[in-house]
Write a new protein. Structure first.
Length: 428
């Protein structure tokens, strides 16, 4: 029985009996059949208009934008048994099988009136075995005013290396991002008057959620934590900085700014080359939690002395002295934290020996939710790049035993250790 049929249950039973009689006449009394029910949907539409939803605007292309939906559902009823007296029938249904495909082509989305993403094809497909497939084809990404200056800079500074737009689609989200490097890697510093500028990078990103209740996010950056912008004015003046900004449809999610200034001294002693620096700076971070709509603020002032020396590429020495005073404010408590860190690392060939010592002191404003607050503050301090540890500690390497975690090794006598603790107690 194929095609579109409108029939009552008695008529259906009669038709099944007739089908069974003509198809399988050899079964006496009862006549088994294989029966299935199938439904399908085919729908398409090419009439659209502009729609604005929050910061995003859907823009169709005249005569080209089309959405198509094909869906099919089937269930096998198994072996149908019809008694000879046609008093009824019985069956054992199988597992339903569903497949669907939805596709929309040739449209664009404008985000925050500053970025236009043109899509050539977006498809979502569900197969009968249950697995899903999601595919996105983006035709172009155009920056609108006021962000079009990034495209203009890319044209002015030719040879920027890999400045293409990167598109990473997943079933959960679509991420589009681009980083413009000034100058291109390996081409030397950018000269602006007497200043030498390196690691200058302007970046932007857009994250479009596809499932769940996540929000659309837009990010902007000037350089990064790992490779900050460096400005050097011979003979030894210079500084480093970076900035990160992330906005969502619910407001500002992250603001992070770091700036430091001081002396940057290049080192060239025969086959030994490197750099030493003595800088002072500030760090500011504002991080908001979308579900709770709460924020945490970290404000830090620091002084840092660092050295990095390489001898013929075989011996490498790195040293750091870091002193910082931080104020960490969360909705549940406030922390004043002082940190002093000394770190030394020497690498000879494939062997590296490292040693670090840190002293941390905190003044905490507790409340009735102290336990929860401590967990929040610990996470924030970790994100900010400073270990949050109550009291004073030392460590040798990352996985050293506790017995080795002493400033002067295992042979440090008890009376000397107590004297050392009294000295540290004077700073609390």
């Amino acid at each position: 029985m194929n095609g579109l049929v409108s029939a009552s249950i008695p008529d259906l039973i009669a038709a099944l009996r007739e089908e069974a009689r003509t198809a399988l006449p050899a079964f006496p009394g009862e006549k088994p059949l294989s029966l299935g029910v199938e439904a399908s949907l085919q729908w398409s539409n090419d009439v659209f208009k502009r729609v604005t939803v929050g910061p995003a605007e859907f823009i169709p292309e005249d005569g080209k934008t089309r959405i198509t939906i094909d869906a099919k559902a089937r269930i096998d009823l198994g072996e149908v048994v019809i008694p000879a007296d046609a008093s009824g029938f019985s069956f054992s249904p199988g597992k339903p099988r569903v497949s669907a495909r939805a596709q929309i082509v040739d449209f664009a989305v404008v985000i925050f009136s500053a970025m236009k993403i043109s899509f050539s094809n977006v498809m979502f497909e569900v197969f009968e075995d249950g697995h899903k497939d999601f595919a996105v084809q983006i035709a172009s990404v155009d920056l609108l005013p006021p962000l079009d200056f990034l495209s203009q800079l890319a044209k002015i500074f030719g040879g920027l290396g890999d400045n293409s737009v990167h598109i990473v689609p997943t079933p959960q989200q679509i991420k589009v991002w681009q980083t413009l490097q000034f100058p291109a890697e390996g081409s030397g510093p950018l000269l602006i008057g007497p200043a030498q500028v390196s690691n200058l990078a302007l970046g932007w990103s857009v994250t479009i959620p596809l499932v769940g209740r996540d929000v659309l996010a837009v990010g902007f950056s000037v350089s990064s934590r790992e490779k900050p912008l460096t400005i050097y004015v011979p003979p030894w003046y210079g500084g480093k900085a970076y900035a990160l900004l992330e906005l969502t449809t619910r407001g500002c999610r992250l603001v992070e700014i770091s700036m430091e200034y001081g002396a940057l001294v290049p080192i060239t002693w025969g086959i030994a080359t490197g750099q030493a620096s003595l800088t002072a700076g500030i760090f500011y971070m504002l991080e908001r939690n979308d579900p709770a709509n709460s924020g945490t603020v970290v404000l830090r002032a620091f002084v840092k002395a660092a050295a990095d020396l390489s001898v013929a590429g075989i011996i490498q020495f790195c040293g750091l002295i870091y002193i910082a005073l931080s104020r960490i404010s969360s909705p549940t408590q406030k922390i004043i934290q002082g940190v002093a860190t000394v770190s030394v690392s020497i690498k000879i060939g494939f062997v590296r020996i490292s040693y670090s010592f840190s002293a941390v002191h905190e003044e905490v404003s507790n409340d009735s939710q102290a336990v929860v607050a401590n967990a929040v503050a610990a996470q924030v301090a970790f994100r900010a790049g400073v270990p949050r540890v109550a009291g004073t500690y030392s460590s040798i390497g990352r996985n050293a035993p506790v017995s080795d975690g002493l400033p002067f090794g295992r042979s440090f006598k008890r009376d000397r250790r107590k004297a050392f603790e009294r000295v540290l107690a004077g700073y609390r």
